[in-house]
Design a binder for this molecule. Structure first.
Ligand SMILES: [Zn+2]
Length: 492
């Protein structure tokens, strides 16, 4: 790697030479010769994915690794994984699987390999001012990848075309980041949000979905003020185009949304208004009212059990985003990764955290454990649980770091570490319909792999100790990715 890295840097000085253009053109036309393409892109563009690569060879053998395969099965010790042209071609006991001649061999003694994370409530924006969301896609994509996320759905978009443009640029290697299922701008009714459309009629909802699908969006997120009529039309149009719809709801209950055919609901049960006694149709009673009702809800009582049964029967997945709610809960640990933020955003969050700590009337000491219990009951009843992080709230949810934290919180919720990893990998891949290619470590799938020091099957916190993130067989260096944005997240 050392030699290749030096060569790469030397060539940057010769950028924009015609030879580079020719090489790039071949990449686009044939998609062949991965290393040549990667190098050509590094010459052209200092932000190219290639500048953050630590392992790049046609054949790579990861030897003596502990493999946690993402199926929920127990970890397997002393495994060899052979990667050829971006695909896992063999995985098995080191005694049986030999590194092919000419392979780049990486000895992973003492380390573990898990599938690349597939998380579904991610954003390319962040709260930077009162009611204002800064568009931080370029730095966030690096942080997500550094944290081990190789595929993500953006669960809501306040920037219009950027999620879609970034999806294309990342796929082309023009910038580093996870593969993206790009969500259209929110499908919402009239609200106070400056950066959201206001869609009221069925016709408007249909047109909104159709327009953004035409631009390249591949999923839809409904929001708190959407009406049943608009949501129904949005779901129909999305489904007609093979897109899935999720929702952070309030005006529409979980039960109503399930009946309308929604595919996924966000924030566990914390956005459910089903249990608000005087809930008026199509009116959001306020998230706080919904949460008050949830805080004292009995997870074995008939109303909750009936809702769970409906969601399970209709195969509506639920996304756990404990990370964002943890930042609202007094007495919880300081969230990881704050030092990548600009000093001003770090201050903003510290002040918000003090307010949380001093709020003696906070409902969260009761609500946060209840949210875990409700999610756990849903999964136990056969519900499909997905994982996401939601980098919003008051700004303490930092991409990449928060994805690792979400896995830790699923373990705190009661899942075993290998179950939590399966929720954050296989379940996401299945939901996105990409499980034939990603989500578990098996021969024939894309080599999206996270190498971590230690053993997350016994100590889930070891998922924070990322050594290398392989995406399509190319190994990225998390330290380089993080270093490139440190102290600047909030600006770009
Ligand atoms: Zn969100």
């Amino acid at each position: 790697m050392g030699a290749k890295g030096r060569k790469g840097r030397k060539k940057v000085a010769q950028a924009f030479r015609p030879a580079g253009h020719a090489a790039l053109k071949r990449c686009a036309t044939f998609g062949l010769m991965v290393s040549t393409c990667v190098l050509a892109r590094a010459q052209q563009n200092p932000n190219a994915a290639a500048n953050f690569v630590s392992v790049n060879a046609p054949v790579v053998a990861l030897t003596h690794a502990r493999v946690i395969d993402g199926t929920g099965a127990a970890a397997r010790e002393d495994q060899t994984i052979v990667i050829r042209d971006g695909t896992i071609v063999e995985v098995g006991d080191a005694s049986r699987v030999a590194a092919p001649a000419g392979a780049t061999v990486v000895d992973l003694t003492g380390k573990s390999v898990i599938p690349g994370l597939v998380m579904v409530h991610e954003h390319l924006y962040y709260p930077t001012g009162p009611g204002v969301y800064g568009q931080l896609g370029a730095s966030f994509a690096r942080l997500y990848l550094a944290g081990g996320v190789t595929t993500m759905r953006t669960g809501g978009n306040t920037n219009g075309i950027m999620d879609i443009t970034m999806t294309r640029r990342i796929a082309a290697g023009e910038m580093p980041g996870p593969d993206i299922d790009a969500t259209a701008p929110y499908l919402n009714g009239p609200s106070t949000f400056l950066q959201m459309h206001a869609v009221t009629t069925a016709e408007e909802a249909k047109n909104h979905v159709a327009y953004w699908a035409g631009q390249g969006a591949t999923s839809v997120k409904a929001y708190m003020q959407v009406s049943r009529e608009a949501l129904k039309a949005g779901i129909e149009e999305a489904h007609r185009r093979g897109m899935k719809v999720t929702g952070h709801l309030c005006s529409v209950t979980y039960g109503e949304a399930a009946d309308l055919g929604i595919d996924n609901l966000e924030h566990g049960f914390l956005a459910a208004t089903d249990f608000v006694a005087d809930k008026q149709p199509d009116v959001c009673p306020g998230q706080a009212r919904g949460q008050q009702a949830l805080a004292s809800l009995d997870e074995s009582g008939a109303p909750f059990v009936a809702l769970v049964r409906k969601l399970v029967e209709k195969r509506v997945a639920l996304t756990s985003t404990l990370t964002v709610f943890e930042t609202f809960t007094p007495g919880r640990p300081m969230p990881p990764g704050l030092d990548v933020l600009t000093p001003q955003l770090q201050d903003n969050f510290r002040r918000a955290r003090e307010r949380v700590a001093n709020n003696v009337e906070s409902i969260y000491p009761k609500l946060f454990p209840k949210a875990m219990a409700l999610e756990r009951a849903f999964a136990k009843a056969g519900g499909v649980l997905l994982a996401g992080t939601d980098p919003t709230g008051s700004g303490g949810v930092v991409p990449g770091y928060s994805n690792q934290r979400q896995l830790e919180l699923l373990v705190e919720e009661g899942f075993t570490p290998v179950e939590a990893i399966a929720i954050g990998t296989r379940n996401g891949a299945r939901f996105l319909g990409r499980d034939a290619r990603i989500g578990t470590i098996v021969s024939g799938k894309q080599a999206d792999l996270v190498v971590v020091a230690g053993n997350p099957a016994t100590t889930i916190a070891d998922v924070r100790r990322v050594v290398t993130v392989f995406k399509k067989g190319v190994g990225f260096d998390p330290a380089k990715l993080v270093e490139s944005v440190k102290g600047q997240v909030g600006l770009w």
